[in-house]
Design a protein. Structure first.
Ligand code: UTP
Length: 296
């Protein structure tokens, strides 16, 4: 089977948890200090060998398009001010040899529907899906691990992390089969947001996937599920019941930047790891923790 060279980035959700910040821009453009979370996801995909980026945009189409498009006016202004490094920074957001396609999801009818909107751009090819609000940090990132596993054995693949018993009700939880010698776990089903006592495991699927084009055929048959939306999880569950899905452990640290606290945690950890701010930021935290009003 062909190698994976395409990745789909659904960015058409309403982002209600971040209103009003997301009134005029998608939550995927929220920055971790100075870089939007979608750019981290794009870099993860490119690092995994992806060369065609398909963005599924909604009402905030322009902002994402503008971020990944060339901005010649800004580039020449930066050059005129002698800021060549910054010019290079904005010019190289999408490196040479990588192309962007923008497709439209006319209404936010669900993640499954958003992925289906990418079908004409993906064609009859396997592809990765990255939800940028799952922010990943680490030496090996999940898309590279998924693409490598697909190279070994082409099939639908999920990246999974173990979560605590309290957290299972927030995720799609795996009904796992056996774990093979290659580390892959066969998936028998995916249970969306189960109650703690009903959870078939503590292995949670999150926003990194690889699919064969077969997923489009399944998505086309789906009726609206939870929340009246076409759910990607329902398509995965169907494929899993037919024995067509495997999972691989996420090799990296994951932050749920779809939630405010997860986003805050990502920014704090990022600052603590950043060579430019680490020391000053630690001093600031120490100062705040010992200052007045911090008796707890
Ligand atoms: P979420 O459910 O986390 O995003 O969707 P949301 O609905 O935008 O956020 P809240 O809950 O209202 O705060 C997961 C991913 O799927 C995309 C979102 O942009 C996000 O990347 N999505 C969701 C779509 O592209 N289209 C949809 O119809 C729904």
């Amino acid at each position: 089977m062909t190698r994976i060279t395409k990745a789909v980035f659904p960015v058409a959700g309403l982002g209600t948890r971040f209103l009003p910040a997301t009134k005029a821009m998608p939550k995927e453009l929220l920055p971790i200090i100075d870089k939007p979370i979608i750019q981290f996801a794009v870099e993860e995909a490119i690092g995994a060998g992806i060369t065609e980026l398909v963005f599924v945009t909604g009402r905030n189409k322009r902002a994402v398009g503008d971020h990944f498009d060339a901005n010649l006016e800004l580039e020449s202004q930066l050059l005129a001010k002698g800021k060549k490094e910054l010019r290079d920074l904005v010019r190289n957001i999408v490196p040479e040899g990588v192309s962007c396609i923008f497709v439209r999801q006319p209404e936010p009818l669900g993640l499954g529907h958003a992925v289906l909107c990418a079908a004409p751009a993906v064609g009859n090819n396997p592809f990765a899906v990255l939800l940028a609000d799952d922010f990943m940090q680490g030496e090996t990132l999940p898309t590279a691990a998924l693409v490598a596993a697909f190279d070994q054995k082409p099939q639908n693949l999920l990246s999974v992390s173990e979560v605590s018993a309290e957290e299972v009700s927030k995720y799609g939880i795996l009904r796992p089969g056996e774990r093979g010698a290659d580390g892959l776990i066969s998936v028998k089903g995916l249970v969306e947001k189960p109650a703690r006592e009903d959870a078939p495991s503590r292995l949670a699927s999150f926003g990194r996937y690889v699919f064969t084009p077969e997923v489009f055929a399944v998505l086309r048959t789906l009726k609206p599920g939870a929340g009246g939306e076409i759910q990607l999880a329902d398509a995965i569950d169907q494929l899993a019941e037919a024995g067509k899905v495997a999972a691989i452990s996420n090799p990296s640290q994951r932050y749920d930047c779809g939630s405010k606290f997860g986003y805050l945690t990502a920014i704090v950890d990022h600052a603590l790891a950043h060579p430019d701010y680490r020391t000053r930021f630690l001093d600031l935290l120490r100062d705040r923790l010992t200052g007045p009003g911090c008796s707890q």
